[in-house]
Design a protein around this ligand. Structure first.
Ligand code: SF4
Ligand code: SF4
Length: 390
């Protein structure tokens, strides 16, 4: 007996199929742009756009929010579209949105739609505070990396925003219900949340999402765009704590928690192994007012007066690329991970393939956060994440 589904359902299935094949084309184009960069051009293929000078949080590990008066300098919608066109023509195929907080932009859905339709892989780093409200508009967002620094509402203290823990959990749940975006937590470890790594890994596991860990290092000033005193000297990890940080992550990884870091990256941090940084050939960092900065936040180029093409041909770009290779300053696991991927390290690629399951899980399998505690919007005080044994 043949069972016919309703025409409506068939239409939906055909549309889903078309979406999926268009998605694969975009992923293959991104892979192709990476290989082209790796083998021939050595130019960045990911546009990392700080979308706004504004932020609605007041994190204790960051001073970026002090730039809020500069929001008037943010590029307008049409200017962002134009920049995306230019980036696409220059061979870029990834669009990484961050801020400040990208979701405070009223045109965030229009920009995400435009980028995806243009052919970019769309990735966003968000503090998650507005995710619940905006999830439905983000159907064209491929990956969301959502900041969460603690496993209960002490997170509000670190992030300097009331009810942020509840907002983030509900936002992720909402995004996952829609089922189009792959979601992972990003946890920044400082002295304020030292010793929370295991609990955060358990929370990610409970929620069916991946997790990536950052550290705040005392001697570095990353993420700052003002000359005001960095908080990192007060809350950053010293070298002994950093070693312990990597050892703990390696332990969690080996226990099977859904860390996005690969074992190779973590082992090499633990063993203090030197590495070649490829970041400058992968990502181009553009500020909200269309200026290019290097990874250490030194000024590089004015994209309002020139073009991507001209910058990539400039001596400034090539000397930046050369000096980056032996830099080794970054303590961030993601930068070493990107570099190993770009370098086509077999163990790294194998590790990435294995952990893709954390991101490419089916939506119906991934909403394991129970409705009950999170449907109460009054807050999360006292919430104890369930412990998962692996
Ligand atoms: S870390 Fe992000 S969310 Fe927190 S204040 Fe800085 S820009 Fe805002
Ligand atoms: S290791 Fe050095 S060159 Fe590479 S991203 Fe970090 S600061 Fe930049």
């Amino acid at each position: 007996m043949v069972v016919y589904s309703s025409p409506q359902k068939q239409d939906v299935a055909i549309l889903d199929q078309e979406d999926k094949s268009a998605d694969w084309k975009r992923y293959l184009a991104a892979l192709n742009s990476m290989l082209k960069s790796r083998l021939f051009t050595h130019r960045p293929f990911f546009l990392a756009h700080a979308m706004t000078f504004g932020c609605n949080s007041r994190c204790k590990t960051c001073t970026y929010w002090k730039n809020i008066s500069r929001m008037k300098e943010d590029m307008k919608t049409e200017e962002v579209f134009q920049m995306l066109d230019e980036a696409y023509d220059a061979g870029m195929r990834g669009y990484y949105m961050f801020g400040g907080e990208p979701l405070i932009r009223q045109d965030i859905a229009k920009i995400t739609d435009y980028a995806k339709n243009k052919g970019f892989i769309t990735v966003m780093n968000t503090n998650g505070s507005l995710l619940e409200q905006k999830a439905a508009e983000l159907k064209n967002l491929d990956f969301a990396f959502v900041s969460l620094d603690y496993y209960n509402d002490y997170d509000d203290v670190i992030r300097g925003r009331p009810n942020t823990f509840g907002e983030v959990i509900r936002g992720i749940y909402e995004l996952k219900k829609i089922g189009r975006t792959k979601v992972a937590l990003v946890t920044t470890i400082s002295s304020l949340n030292w010793n929370s790594m295991r609990r955060m890994a358990e929370l990610a596991s409970d929620m069916g999402v991946g997790i990536s860990f950052n550290s705040v290092e005392q001697s570095m000033d990353f993420g700052q765009t003002t000359t005001e005193t960095t908080p990192n000297f007060d809350v950053g990890l010293d070298s002994e704590k950093l070693k312990e940080f990597y050892r703990t992550l390696l332990e969690l990884k080996r226990e099977g928690f859904p860390l996005l870091e690969t074992e190779e990256v973590l082992e090499d941090f633990v063993n203090n192994k030197p590495w070649k940084c490829e970041f400058s050939k992968m990502f181009l960092y553009v500020t909200p007012n269309k200026q290019v900065y290097n990874c250490d936040y030194t000024y590089a180029y004015d994209l309002k007066k020139g073009s991507f093409e001209q910058y990539f041909k400039s001596d400034g770009f090539w000397s930046y690329v050369k000096s980056s290779e032996s830099c080794n300053k970054c303590v961030r696991t993601c930068v070493r991970g990107y570099s190993y991927t770009y370098g086509l390290f077999p163990r790294q690629l194998w590790g990435l393939a294995g952990q893709a399951r954390f991101l490419f899980n089916k939506p119906e399998e991934s909403c394991s956060v129970p409705d009950s505690p999170f449907s109460n919007k009054s807050g999360f005080r006292g919430l104890k994440p369930r412990i998962v044994r692996h």
